[in-house]
Design a binder for this molecule. Structure first.
Ligand code: NAD
Length: 282
């Protein structure tokens, strides 16, 4: 199957990064978001990130210009109708994602593959809301997308081998390293990462150490490139809370209960880097 046209639904932290790497790999990209201001911000971010890659000598001037030329933006989901692959990257909410997948399912052609960038939600349940469950798959990019090599590929109980094979090929064509796993809550990456972040927040809440000290201990002691609290700010505290809730509900085990401080910060709109304040100020 020749795959040329990719739509990305949701142009936030992840969506603009996925559009960036797709366009840079030569795909025609429709970047779609219900919020026109989010689309403007996404284009600005992509422009800045391409300029950074250019200044580091990672890409050439013509690569950057070509990538920008490959991206069109829209607020209308039906603009995805000509896509061979649609990658959904709206917020981590089951009802919202299901609704978006149903809309995509109704406008795209029968061969189109629908991938979701969900961090933790069941691919099987999302796929069952469409009429093409064999062509629905998890394509979990890491943040920041232009930098991080991994794409966690999650086949559901219904995903065909052919869909899996095509999506692995697409990830490789973007210069990424796809690694496959099964459809369990949080998959592999967030099942291990999020409880660690949650525990770091509990340490902070209990006054075990300052945010800086908690992060420094994990950076120096475990050779992590970034401490868990700074990473939580980067990911977005709302996303962290949603993932903990998916683990808590999915495994019905209190060891995954989100910390009170995490819930309180999200309720007050303190979501990390994207709102200018989390465990640190930006
Ligand atoms: P975000 O909040 O930064 O962006 C979401 C975007 O979706 C926003 O621009 C919003 O306007 C748009 N949107 C909301 N409702 C919409 C609708 N009905 N139609 C079209 N657009 C809509 O979120 P994000 O951090 O980019 O996360 C997106 C997905 O990627 C989530 O499932 C998240 O779990 C996953 N993810 C996030 C990270 C991370 O580090 N942030 C990492 C891996 C995966």
């Amino acid at each position: 199957m020749e795959l040329n046209n990719i739509s990305v639904i949701g142009s936030g932290t992840m969506g603009n990064g996925i559009a960036h790497v797709s366009a840079l790999s030569g795909y025609n990209v429709s970047l779609i978001d219900s919020s026109p201001s989010a689309l403007d911000k996404a284009l600005e971010t992509i422009n800045n990130n391409l300029s950074r890659q250019l200044s580091k000598g990672i890409i050439s001037d013509s690569d950057a210009k070509e990538a920008l030329g490959n991206i069109s933006i829209s607020s209308d989901i039906s603009q995805s109708s000509q896509s061979d692959l649609v990658i959904e990257a709206v917020p981590e909410d089951f009802g919202l994602k299901l609704n978006i997948l149903k809309q995509i399912d109704s406008v795209v052609g029968i061969d189109t593959i629908i991938a979701t960038n969900t961090s933790s939600i069941s691919i099987t349940k999302l796929a069952e809301g469409t009429k093409r469950s064999d062509k629905v798959i998890g394509m979990h990019f890491m943040n920041p997308v232009p930098v991080m090599k991994l794409v966690e590929i999650i086949a559901s109980d219904h995903t065909s081998d052919r869909t899996h094979e095509i999506v692995v090929g697409v990830a490789k064509s973007m210069g990424k390293i796809p690694v496959s796993c099964k459809d369990f809550p949080g998959f592999v990456s967030n099942r291990i990462l999020m409880p660690m972040i949650n525990e770091a927040i509990i340490c902070y809440e209990q006054g075990v150490a300052s945010a800086d000290s908690i992060d420094e201990i994990m950076v120096l002691g475990m050779s992590h490139p970034m401490g868990p609290l700074r990473l939580a700010d980067l990911i977005g505290l709302d996303i962290c809370l949603n993932i903990m809730n998916v683990l808590y509900d999915g495994f019905n085990d209190k060891k995954y209960k989100p910390s009170k401080l995490l819930s309180d910060m999200v309720s007050s709109g303190t979501l990390g880097k994207k709102t200018g304040e989390g465990f640190y100020r930006y």
